[in-house]
Design a binder for this molecule. Structure first.
Ligand code: PGA
Length: 249
């Protein structure tokens, strides 16, 4: 299975020109690599103006409505029509704005039916000794998986992104071992919905201060088949280094 590396540019790229420059630098390296799949998620207005070539393009969110009078919203079919293949859903920065599991579930169903692959983020705010954080992640997963059509579950890219590890909070990421434990746990939850063999084969990404210095450790020892990269994806040199590391593993 190809390693999947997803860049979440957030609002870190502020002009189309800047987006084009970074993308062309990433393309230069990505085009020589064969064992990875790279997805760049720029701010939505830039998607239609960028051509990724081998690099796929994704959105950072989509509407929970398919169409109609919803001012300011961007639907999953619209994103698909301008070339997006993926959409990040359930990111903690959107959950912090009030997005509930129910809303995320609705978005996920629409994304799947539009032919987009949801990069579904789950993760706890903090870890406690009693292990309540496991129940927290389980509930986040179940709430969304329950509503998704069984035949489409294989298109969901689960992503473990502990909120406390996101670079904005200047925290250090979990150890690859901690990550691996969580990935096993998430696959167990997933197995209830799709069967153990399928769940084992399902890609799970790690996100949260993933960068060129820790990519190798997470990919080799963290039990993941890819990474969701925020801050480090804004620097083409760092992101290209991550792609090259993923290619070698
Ligand atoms: P980070 O962000 O890599 O800057 O921690 C990841 C994310 O929030 O998707």
């Amino acid at each position: 299975m190809k390693k999947l590396v997803v860049a979440n540019w957030k609002m870190g790229i502020t002009s189309l020109n800047e987006a084009k420059i970074i993308l062309s630098e990433v393309k230069r390296v990505a085009h020589r690599l064969h064992k990875i799949e790279a997805v760049i998620c720029p701010p939505t207005p830039f998607i239609s103006a960028l051509t990724g070539g081998k690099i796929k393009l994704g959105a950072q969110d989509c509407s929970a409505q398919k169409e109609g009078a919803h001012t300011g919203e961007v639907s999953a079919p619209m994103l698909k029509s301008v070339g997006a293949t993926h959409v990040i859903l359930g990111h903690s920065e959107r959950r912090a704005l009030g997005e509930t599991d129910e809303l995320i579930s609705q978005k996920l169903k629409l994304a799947l039916s539009a032919g987009l692959k949801p990069v579904l983020c789950v993760g706890e705010h903090a870890r406690d000794r009693e292990g309540h954080y496991l129940e927290f992640v389980k509930a986040q997963l179940e709430a969304v998986l329950r509503g998704a059509p069984k035949s489409q579950l294989h298109n969901i890219v689960l992503t473990y992104e502990p909120v406390w590890a996101i670079s904005t909070y200047h925290q250090t990421p979990p150890t690859p071992h901690d990550c691996q434990q969580m990935v096993i746990f998430m696959k167990k939850v997933l197995a209830h919905f799709m069967g153990s063999r399928e769940a084992l084969a399902q890609p799970v990404l790690y996100g949260g201060s993933a960068d060129n210095r820790n990519a190798q450790d997470f990919l080799m020892e963290g039990g993941v088949s890819g990474l969701l990269v925020g801050r480090a994806s804004l620097t083409s040199k760092k992101f290209n280094e991550i792609l090259k590391i993923a290619e070698k593993i």
